[in-house]
Write a new protein. Sequence first.
Length: 415
Amino acid sequence: MNPFEVLRFSFEALKDRKLRSTLTILMVIIGTSLIVSLNGLSTGFSSFINSTFSTLAPNTLIVIPGGGVERGTWTAPSISLDSRMVRKLTGIDGVKVVIPFIHRSAVLRSGSASMSVLVAGIDQTKLHYIYPTLSLKEGKLIPPTDFIGMLVGSDVEVPPGETKPFVRLGQVVTLEYTKVEEVEGVPKTVTVKRAFVVKGILNYIGSPSFINVDSMVQISLAAANSFFGCGGKYDGIIVVTKSYELNDKVEKAIKNIYGEDVGIISPKVISQTVQKIVGGWSVFILTVAAVSLIVAAVGIITTLFTSVMERTKEIGVLKALGFKDSQILILFLTEAVLIGVIGASIGLVVGIVFGSFGFSTIMGFTGLNFPITPIYQPENLIVIWLFTVAISACAGLYPAWRASKLEAVVALRKE
């Protein structure tokens, strides 16, 4: 019996049990498509994390005031970040440059429109140390001595989902925030306002959310200190080391000086931690998706067992005609493999389509603004296809073996 006859026999068998075969193939399609879509989204998310954190120089450490919860009570920071600390950190071996910053929230008003923004006061002449890919769309960076200039991110110039610019180069805008002051012993809410001129607009760089340049406005450190009334105190200090390999050494040196009075954040470590979490979650999700393939395998076993029972007499005729056990085994095993091939092939297409469009729709995004682009690597798709077909073949082994072991005489007597 040549391979074409084997395939014809298997196709005829599937057609004879159209409903059961369709349901079994459908289960394989569902399992395969889930694995494909989740694998693509997982790979895309990992790429998204890498690209997001790659905008930050890996040789950066962010020093913030310490403090935390001790015995159920919040303990305030016991140290202030100021110019003295900047000088001390600059003297640590392995440190290239130290960049203090002030980071506060405020309302940005442009004409009759307004939006909440993060305001960063920083020496913009040193931004390239932190963001190697940072570039200007228009205008210029704000000098350290400029008290009225403002640099805005791309998402502030044109907010996401909008087409009309919120601010333009050269426009006068207003920053404002509220604070509580005691007037003659009575707490009173005071609104602080100041006008600034948009002197620079940045290109989009996709920086991480905890220090997202795209959605913030930046002014000089001196202007932020004056506007927010910081009294020479900083919200954080960015320490740029001479190379990423020196990060641990510099971090240890800072801890030796200040102990738990300061906290140190490494963007690279955050990226690696997120990657580990994403990796563990992806394995869990893919395991859940693989369960659907196990369910499909049970369906294949049931379908083939039914086929063996319904075609017992036909098996007896084949054996009477001289068919060997191995040939009968191959006939029924081919049927299982066909289910796997058809289900896996359609499942790959369905999984790619669902991962690219269906998932973003379910999550409430349109196809254009979903932040994660699924990535379908050919080698992964091939492995998933082979895995599905292998599961189907394994599921068909026992029913095929049972069919091959039927005695010809017994099979022919079967009504």
